[in-house]
Design a protein around this ligand. Sequence first.
Ligand code: IVH
Length: 701
Amino acid sequence: MDTSPARQSYEELKQQIHLHNHRYHVLDDPLISDAEFDRLVVELKQIESEHPDWVTPDSPSQRAGGAPSEKFEKVRHPRPILSLANAFGAQDARAWYERIRKLDDRVEKAAFVVEPKIDGLSVVLHYRDGVFVQGATRGDGEIGEDITSNLRTIRAIPLRIPVNREQRVENSQSDGQFSLFSNSILPNYLVVRGEVFIPIKDFETLNQKLEEAGEKTYLNPRNTAAGSLRQLDPSITASRPLTLLVYQVVYSEGGGVPASQWELLDWLKALGFPVTDVARRFADLEPAIVFTETFATRRDDLPYEADGMVLKLDDLRLAADLGFVGKDPRGAIAFKFPAREVTTTLNAIGVAVGRTGVLTPYAVLERVNIGGVNVERATLHNFDYIAEKDIREGDRVLIKRAGEVIPYVIGPIIELRTGAEKPYVPPSACPACGQPVEHIEGEVAWYCVNAACPAQLVRNVEHFVSKGAMDIAGMGIKIVEKLIEAGLVKDVADIYKLEREDILEAVTKKDRKTEKEPPGKIAENLLAAIETSKRQPLNRLITALGIHGVGETIASDLTRVFPSLDMLMETSKDQIQMVEGVGPNIAAAIVDWFGRERNRAVLAKLKAAGVWPTASPSPVHGSSSGALSGLTFVVTGTLPTLSREGVKGFIEQHGGKVTDSVSKKTSYLVLGEAPGSKLQKAQEMGVKVIGEEELRKLCGK
Ligand code: IVH
């Protein structure tokens, strides 16, 4: 080999670039700036243009992505690339343990390694004498496809191992080989397996860029990673934010490989491979199960999508001796998290009419189970979203349901189209009242502007009686619908005219069976709640009116400046805009609302019924406000900035009450990190869950 100083400094430079690449893409701990790194690469390319014969496949310059190919060549894997059997809970995991314990006594004393199960694509990477020479997809487990050029573009994949040459020097042995651990020599042929994926943040950035460019966005990180890897043109792969984590040695020749999974992860890391940093080793199964189960609630803390955890026997010899069933090794099991994304058929697109007349499309789905919950409806956000994603009736669609989020349609699976799908045309008339719909300039939403629209009235009344507004307990949606249907409630003020007989009528026979209370009692309670609501403070009544853009916070802000509805009704847009937090659009909406004949008539009726609270003006800039008055809070978990006492003080200062347990009277559960059982209770009781930020927003902070 050429030992000239020029050649040597070229080799040095290559090594340096590998090292910085590793620091940046694997360790996430760069030593030099991006600009400095780019300069090194320019220098390298300069040398290579002068000495093209020096360039080897492990040169950092080879990452850019070579020429497109016609098709992928087939690669036979040196050992079968196995899959994993699934466990859907602790019982399954224990059953797995029992099965293998019966097969081999050593299992009794075995330790376990738990690793995240990354939702990406399995790849197989071949290294000869430390150089990355070939990479393949899993394929059918026996034969995969050669995607070497594509994999080369992924910077987390070392083109040469060990990346850290210092280590090699420190550990070098007399025979010229090197060891990373006292008893292991780097194999001259090493085949490792890992998972290629796109980190969630990078995926979001990618989609944001596409959206800004007016292009179609991707469905989810996994599908995008899969599509990116199977590109015949590697420059496309190079443009996608792919990365990987390595977790297995598939095959090796010469040298030694650790026989413990735990040590293997360390060993792979020392060679320069990216390895998960959330793996844990357990001496017994039970704590491993507990770790796995608690991790399910923390899966969103991971920077990538994980669909479960993998429970592995730490002893790799024992694992190998146990063999496999079909394609699943006995020595490991995938402990799956509840699924959050599923595919189903979009049977139809329905349209709901909201309180303010907003038309909201929703998906009517072929029923599907997501994480233990049956889902038949999902949101489609708005009509623009349907158009952007080209969602059609009859499509196979991907649905996501995560945590507190309402299930939504991510998008159609275009590949599964049969041609029978119908492109969607938004309605030109309100589906509830048949009146033409309108679009407000600058907004995505379409509105039904017919004030007498029955669908709007139902939502209006529902909002008027809701907890944050007039808080009329017992006035459920069914009763509201019946009262409107019977013509007893034509606007919200009619609520105060209701009599016992009217309510008895509305509680139908069918409901009577399911209700625990006798109808007479229901009517009494409801009438009492209606009566009590007359004493709600002004901010509640303003919220209850349902003016576009006026929620609880703004209603409270308005109350502080305009202590009566008589004042607010006669105020100009400019004066309203003086209130902190109220912009021109909301101010205009308020003036518009009070200017409408129909609304004025409702207000007159409310006043006549004695629903006309006034507020005692409070200091606008004072530290305390009554923004939370009448509201009851329960706090669970650790909040980002407020301590337990701090949050209590904050809520009380703003007029709210804090109690210890969730009940029907709870207005909000304030949720922090690592919540307790209160969260589940709140969810079961339908109590609104908010974070610290939203709590502050309620107070206009
Ligand atoms: S171990 C014999 N470990 O999950 C080894 N697999 O459903 C078998 N996966 O095909 C695989 N993260 O693509 C293993 N830490 C991890 C993993 C992992 C993701 C994937 C892998 C496999 C699939 C099994």
